[in-house]
Structure formats: C-alpha cells, structure tokens
Design a binder for this molecule. Structure first.
Ligand code: NAD
Length: 270
C-alpha cells in the first residue's frame, strides 16, 4: 500500500509543526515548508524518525513558488492526500494607526497564501480522486475585534473563500473535502512575531496573548485532525473558539461590541 502524503505550510513553528508531527505519527509522509529556515530544520529533525520528509523553503505569498512546491511534492511522493494551508502572521494595530504596507503584508500571507495553496493543490487532490484541503482561518474570521482589522479581513476572506469552495465541491459531488479551521488562542510564537502599531507595546501585547491563549499547539493539531476525520466543514479549536462561535450566532451584528467590551475589561490598554 502506498503511504499517504500530507502537505503543511508554515510548519517551522506552532500549529503547523504540531500538525506535521501528529500526521507523521499517523503514518503520513510529510511535505513541510516555511520561510523560517531554522524553525523548519527543527521540525524536520522531529519528523525524520517517522519516515520520509520533503522540506522546502517556501514563501506562500509567491504564487509561482507555491506551484513549484506542489510539483516537487508530486515528483517526490507521486501523490497528495491532505493539504493544510496554515502559514500565517499577525498585526496588532488600530485602523488609524496601522501602516498600509502592514495591511498588505497580512492579506498577502494570510489570505493570498491560502489562495495560492488551494490553486496549486486542489486540482491534484481532485485528479487523485480524493483527499482533504484544510484552510486555517481564526476565531477572528468569525467576529471583528479592535486592532485586528487587517487580520480580521484576511481571516474572514479565508472563511468566505473556503465556504464557497465547500458549496462547489458539494454541488459537483467531488471526492475532496474542504475544511475551514477557526482556532481560538493557541500558545505559539504568533504574537511575538506580530507587527504592532507605533503606540503599541509589542512585549505587553505578546504577554496579554500568552495569558489569553489556553490551547497547546498539540491539542490544536489533534482538534484539527479530528475535525477532518469527522468531515466537519467548520473546525473550532479550543473552548474559547466555541464560546465566540456561540456568541456570534446568538448576538449576530451585536457580537463585535460585546467582544470589544469584554476585551476592554480584560485589558484596559486593548
Ligand atoms: N496561535 C493562535 O492563537 C492562532 C489563532 C487563530 C489562528 N491562528 C492561525 O494559525 C496559523 C498558524 O499560526 P501559529 O499560531 O502556529 O503561528 P506561528 O508563528 O507559531 O507559526 C506560523 C508559521 O508561519 C510561517 N510563515 C510566516 N510567513 C510566512 C510566509 N510568507 N510563507 C510561509 N510561511 C510563513 C512562520 O515562519 C511560522 O513558522 C496561522 O494561520 C494563524 O493565523 C493562530
């Protein structure tokens, strides 16, 4: 029997690394990529005892590079079964204060990275006659949050794009499933690597994130893979994600004001 193959972008840290490790444990061969060479190397060291690994430096903003990566995966393994468009970055800044370039950066990585990954791999999954496409959004793809407008825009876009695709795959009775993942706070490096507005204190923002983020990367990876196994179109990760999802359903357009008030009470400088 041929070994199943999984592709994970942004696998040099956090949720991507944990996913790759879990998948290797489940017997998948892995294609991992990242812009962070050192982080990727560490991930590869953890994966190698399990089986074959293809590791490539990949910037998901570069469409041609993502296409070339898909080609390399095909040449290396001859198949692909599961693709996780996970690579992401964050920005903590108000609408008035954030740099225009930073807004573009967020959209380029967090939204266009997902589009590039989908365009490169979905036709291969379909041609193979089955598989799973997993696009990582956020709870910030469910509700708007102060100082997250660019991230919100990118993550709402990932959700819209993926939900539309889910409809298309259902109408076509395609053998491929698409999943949109909405993690709550997961204890990773994302906040420490984030860009912030000039009047924000980066250290403090990261410390607040560390207090809020309750889910471990490994628990997040397990929740994501469970959701894929169960065929869930929307995969919520962490208790906080379930609470925010419920709030959004209950309050509709009033949810952002309630979330803003809760954050303001939690941290007066938010
Ligand atoms: N940690 C959380 O609380 C949380 C919550 C909701 C959603 N998410 C999402 O989960 C995903 C993974 O984030 P994480 O928390 O593991 O963060 P992380 O910073 O630990 O890992 C993200 C990885 O993506 C890589 N990356 C950044 N820009 C890239 C690019 N242009 N091309 C390729 N790789 C790039 C980074 O080098 C890093 O290794 C992201 O999409 C993030 O938005 C995280």
């Amino acid at each position: 029997m041929q070994q199943r193959v999984a592709v994970v972008t942004g696998a040099g840290s956090g949720i991507g690394r944990a996913l790759a490790w879990r998948l290797a444990g489940h017997g998948f061969a892995l294609a991992v990529s990242d812009v962070d060479e050192a982080g990727l190397k560490e991930t590869v060291a953890r994966l190698e005892p399990y089986g074959p690994v293809l590791a490539e430096h990949l910037d998901v903003r570069e469409r041609a590079a993502v296409q070339a990566h898909a080609q390399a995966v095909e040449e290396c393994f001859g198949r692909v079964d599961l693709v996780v468009n996970n690579a992401g970055v964050a920005l903590h800044a108000s609408v008035l204060e954030q740099e225009h370039e930073d807004v573009r950066w967020i959209l380029d990585v967090d939204f266009w990275g997902v589009v590039h990954g989908t365009e490169a791999f979905l036709p291969r999954l379909l041609a193979a006659g089955g598989g799973h496409l997993v696009n990582v959004s956020s709870v910030f793809g469910l509700v708007g949050v102060p100082k997250q407008s660019a991230y919100n825009a990118a993550k709402f876009a990932v959700r819209g794009y993926t939900e539309a695709l889910q409809g298309e795959l259902a109408l076509a009775r395609a053998p491929v499933t698409a999943h949109c993942v909405h993690p709550g706070g997961v204890r990773t490096e994302i906040a420490r690597r984030a860009r912030v507005g000039v009047s924000e204190d980066a250290e403090r923002t990261a410390a607040v994130f560390d207090r809020i983020a309750r889910t471990s990367p490994d628990a997040a990876a397990r929740a994501i893979l469970r959701g894929v196994r169960r065929g869930r179109p929307r995969i919520l990760v962490g208790t906080d994600a379930h609470v925010i999802d419920a709030l959004q359903r209950l309050l509709g357009p009033r949810a952002p004001a309630v979330v803003a008030a809760a954050l303001g009470r939690y941290d007066t400088r938010w």
